[in-house]
Every structure is written in structure tokens, then in C-alpha cells.
Design a protein around this ligand. Structure first.
Ligand SMILES: [Zn+2]
Length: 384
């Protein structure tokens, strides 16, 4: 008995007859387009000619992983398209195997759509200087061009430009995070220079955010910088943090951290926080709008000053602040790129004297005064 030989054309033709498809006319009628989750499977080169409005670029990543990472429901109305409607049929077969029951492929792909004169959107693309600058990201699996575009679109606020915030801002700018907002009310002091690497001897006495803006704009002119020369408190935190996707807290006191947490809860943002003390530090991430604990779930009340002395009182190793700041940057990048396992509901501690890390898990606190009024009784952590 010989195995019948089918060509890829036979397979695609067969899939075209059996799998659910949608024509450009159907997809463009009424508000159908806005009611579906639309995925563009084409290579970035082809996307330069435009894309369907609202499409999400998948690039070289697997659509199956993409759907799981974006927590798309199995019965969500999904439409896949490629350039000519063939690759999307092959991808659709994989989705059907995984139980996505309401997924369709666009007949004729982008070519058929655009040849009918239907609306096309110019997607955000990388410029040539960005391609050169971020080349090591573009060649990196799980980042690549789609990931770099996510970084370009991201808006991140850094609270404090001190021991944590200075190296954090530097590396976020280096990574190509599109918009960085720096918040600090302080001026540079000579004692900052041991760890706050944005500043130098000539900066002493100048406002930190102004020095940071000048330094970072010279370092990476492709990043948009917003600076706020204000002291963040409960009264202005919501305003200072409005409009960003992720907040990185590099502050050194509980009062500021609680004010940041409140604003993050109100704006449904993701928070990456940390603290350092002498030779050790701890890092944690919070996405309470996705069902994970908030900062106040972990620290229901401020530790007394005797247990949480400031760096000015007890000292800190500059490289330790840099190390912990870099752990925060990795968290931010994983969250923006939707890769890895961020520290949601987990605390990572780092001991610089012993080169030791430890982890501790924590849950939503059902009596947390900060997040419970907003959660409305739901502490469920969504799957995926
Ligand atoms: Zn909470």
C-alpha cells in the first residue's frame, strides 16, 4: 500500500472548503470589523503597505501562543489574515485543534481586502535608525520586530530618579521604550553620585529630572521624555501617573509607595516596585486589575522607621541599587513584551553579600483596604 501524495496546494484547497472563512465584503459590513479580534500573520516587510484597521501583528510568533498569552477566550470571534489567504488557513487549522470555535480566515487575505479599496491603516513601524539601534533585540527570539514595536508603543512612568530610578530610566531608554515619564522633585546632591548614574559632578545642585532629561535625550533621542519636577503624594499621584501603561516605583519610602499603589489601582495600571537596604533588596510586580495582589496586600501597613531606615540613615551599596533596578527593568520588559513569568504575587529578594536570591509567594488580601473596594469582591486570578 502506498501513501497518497498530496501537495500543499491540495491541502490548502481542502482546508478552504472545510474551514470557516469570511469574505472582505462580510468583514467590512456594518460594525463586523470592530466586533472581531483581528490577527495579521504577515511578515513585517509586507505590513509596510498597511494593515486592516485594529489588526494585531503576530509576526514570527505562533498564533496559538499569542492567543494564550493575550488570554483570548476559546469562543471569541477571531479573524486571521495573511497576504493571500493561504497561510491563515493553515494557522486556522491549528486553532481549531485547540478549541477556538469561532475563528475564521479572511478569503484572499490582505490582497483581496486592499484591492476592493476597503479601509487600510498604516501600522506603527520601526524606522531605519531604530532597526540599527535595536538590532540585538530584533534578532532575539521572543522579541523581534513585533516585540520592539510593543516597546515603542509603551508608556512607562518612573517614580524617583535616585538609586533605583536612575539606572532604571537609563536602561528603559536604552531598550527603546517609546515614552518615559520621570517624576522627582529633588536636586542632585554630591552624595547621590555614588549610585545615581544619570548625574555627574557638574549636576550637583540642579533639578534631577532636568539633568535626566538632558542626559537621556542625548543618550537616545528616539525616546520621548516627559518630566515632572514634583513631589508625588496622595493628592497628585493620580494626575502624575495618568496615561501610562506601567509604573516603576523607585521611591524610598512607604508614603510614596502607597500613593503610587492607589493611583495604579484607580488607573488599572501595572506596577513594578522594589526596595533596597544596605547590601540587599526585594522586587515585586502588581497587576491588581488582572486579579493579582496589590502593593498594600503585601504591605498592609508601613513598617516603623526603626525597621525600615532610609538609605541616607543606613547606607546602600551603589551596585546593589543598580542590580535591583535592573531586576525591575527585566520585569517591565517581560510585561511589555508579554513573555516570561513576571513577579505577580511573588517577591524576589537578592542578597548581594551572599549572591543569593529567594522567592516568597503571597495572595490577594481579602481585607486589603486599598484594593478590595475596587475589586468588588472578586479575587479570582484569571487563567493564562
Ligand atoms: Zn490589595
Amino acid at each position: 500500500m502506498t501513501t497518497p501524495k498530496h501537495t500543499i496546494e491540495d491541502l490548502i484547497s481542502n482546508l478552504g472548503q472545510t474551514l470557516p472563512q469570511v469574505s472582505p465584503e462580510e468583514l467590512s459590513s456594518g460594525d463586523e470589523l470592530s466586533n472581531v479580534v483581528l490577527f495579521d500573520l504577515r511578515e513585517p516587510e509586507l505590513m509596510r503597505a498597511g494593515a486592516l484597521p485594529g489588526a494585531r501583528a503576530v509576526g514570527q510568533r505562533f498564533i496559538e501562543l499569542e492567543l494564550a498569552q493575550q488570554a483570548i477566550a476559546r469562543d471569541a470571534p477571531i479573524v486571521l489574515y495573511c497576504q493571500a489567504g493561504r497561510q491563515s488557513l493553515l494557522a486556522l487549522r491549528g486553532l481549531q485543534d485547540l478549541g477556538y470555535s469561532n475563528a475564521r480566515s479572511l478569503v484572499g487575505g490582505f490582497s483581496a481586502w486592499s484591492s476592493r479599496g476597503l479601509p487600510v491603516e498604516q501600522p506603527v513601524m520601526l524606522t531605519d535608525p531604530e532597526r540599527s539601534r535595536y538590532a540585538r533585540h530584533l534578532s532575539l527570539p521572543r522579541v523581534g520586530e513585533p516585540g520592539q514595536l510593543l516597546l515603542k508603543k509603551a508608556r512607562v512612568a518612573v517614580v524617583g530618579t535616585g538609586g533605583l530610578g536612575a539606572p532604571i530610566a537609563y536602561y528603559l531608554a536604552a531598550a527603546g521604550v517609546g515614552t518615559l515619564r520621570l517624576i522627582d522633585h529633588d536636586v542632585v546632591d554630591a552624595s547621590n553620585l555614588q549610585r545615581q548614574i544619570l548625574f555627574d559632578t557638574a549636576s550637583v545642585g540642579a533639578p534631577k529630572v532636568e539633568v535626566a532629561r538632558k542626559r537621556l535625550s542625548e543618550f537616545n533621542p528616539l525616546v520621548a521624555l516627559e518630566v515632572r519636577n514634583e513631589m508625588l503624594d496622595t493628592g497628585n499621584a493620580a494626575r502624575l501617573l495618568e496615561g501610562v501603561d506601567i509604573v516603576v516605583d523607585g521611591s524610598d519610602n512607604f508614603e510614596t509607595r502607597y500613593a503610587v499603589n492607589q493611583a495604579v489601582l484607580a488607573h488599572r495600571q501595572t506596577l513594578v516596585s522594589a526596595s533596597v537596604f544596605q547590601f540587599s533588596g526585594q522586587v515585586y510586580s502588581f497587576a491588581p486589575h488582572l486579579g493579582t495582589p496589590c502593593y498594600a496586600c503585601l504591605f498592609p501597613e508601613a513598617a516603623p522607621d526603626s525597621l525600615a531606615p532610609s538609605c541616607s540613615a543606613s547606607g546602600v551599596v551603589g551596585a546593589l541599587a543598580g542590580t535591583v533596578g535592573m531586576l525591575q527593568v527585566m520585569e517591565v520588559l517581560n510585561i511589555i513584551l508579554q513573555i516570561g513569568s513576571p513577579l505577580f504575587g511573588r517577591m524576589l529578594t537578592y542578597n548581594g553579600l551572599k549572591a543569593e536570591t529567594r522567592q516568597l509567594s503571597f495572595d490577594v488580601n481579602p481585607s486589603c483596604p486599598a484594593c478590595q473596594p475596587i475589586r468588588g469582591g472578586s479575587t479570582e486570578v484569571p487563567a493564562g
